[in-house]
Write a protein that binds this ligand. Structure first.
Ligand code: ZN
Length: 275
């Protein structure tokens, strides 16, 4: 597994709209097709947000259930549901998809600015999320947008709310939080618990491509997709999520890495079988 890299595809997110990126998958059917194409292109994990019919973000379990079933019918991607949701949602609302016992879920490790908006994650909220995931055997991706978030995750570990192997998502370049810069990424990685796995990615076109090289250099994993970046290059929208995955796969292979397949991720992160 040492030489294998995991590509996560975050195909929809909460903020991107079809007006910004016409190829954005929004309905469960579009999500399943986009996920399948990303899987074919080399992704092994799907980071999943869902939308209402009018395109607004929702944490409704029924919509998640439908999207997950349609993805499962097409391919064996590992599914990581969001518990970040969208900026205005309550913690209870955000936590809902975890009740479906997915293999993985994101767990935001601190309050963070999202441009002019913000998402609140106090320690009590984080404990509630971590406890729910632990009880259900859901592997959290510990999303850290800033240095303090990494230290907050250490508190959860100390309290016995997280189990090894740890998997971090280092999210950089969100406006109002830590930037994607190589020395910032390197510093964050140094502060992770020994043996932790991580996926690091910059938000926005340039940072997103730069972060592929940065994370590979530090032994980490890759995340691409329309949640984080809608462009292939400056001024040129990506044709699909799969086009972004294809490039990430090509870069990883050029750097001498093999692509992890979903079964590799299940073994590496010790995921329990999805229900
Ligand atoms: Zn997300």
């Amino acid at each position: 597994m040492d030489n294998k890299v995991i590509i996560t595809c975050a195909i929809t997110g909460a903020e991107t709209t079809k007006a910004m990126q016409p190829a954005l998958p929004v309905s469960p059917e579009e999500i399943a097709q986009g996920a399948f194409e990303a899987w074919e292109a080399g992704a092994s994990v799907l980071h999943l947000h869902v939308r209402k019919e009018d395109g607004t973000p929702t944490q409704d379990v029924e919509v998640f259930k439908k999207a997950i079933a349609l993805v499962r019918a097409k391919c064996d991607l590992v599914i990581e549901v969001t518990t970040g949701g969208a900026a205005w949602m309550t913690p209870e609302e955000r936590l809902q998809p975890v009740t479906l016992n997915p293999e993985m879920a994101s767990l935001d490790c601190g309050t963070v600015n999202f441009g002019d908006e913000h998402i609140v994650n106090t320690l009590p909220i984080m404990r509630q999320f971590a406890k729910e995931m632990k009880e259900r055997g859901v592997r959290p991706t510990l999303e850290c947008f800033d240095l303090g978030h990494v230290y907050a995750s250490h508190i959860l570990i100390k309290e016995g709310l997280l189990e090894e192997p740890y998997h971090y998502g280092l999210v950089l370049n969100v406006p109002g939080a830590a930037k994607y810069e190589m020395d910032v990424l390197e510093f964050l990685v140094r502060k992770l618990p020994k043996g932790a796995h991580f996926t690091a990615f910059g938000i926005g076109g340039k940072a997103n491509v730069d972060s592929i090289y940065g994370t590979l250099a530090l032994g980490g994993n890759i995340r691409v997709g329309f949640e984080d970046n809608i462009y292939y290059s400056k001024g040129r929208l990506a044709k699909s999520n799969a086009e972004l995955v294809e490039r990430a796969a090509r870069i990883a292979k050029d750097c001498g890495r093999e692509l992890a397949r979903p079964e590799d991720v299940r073994a590496l992160l010790k995921l329990r079988k999805a229900q």
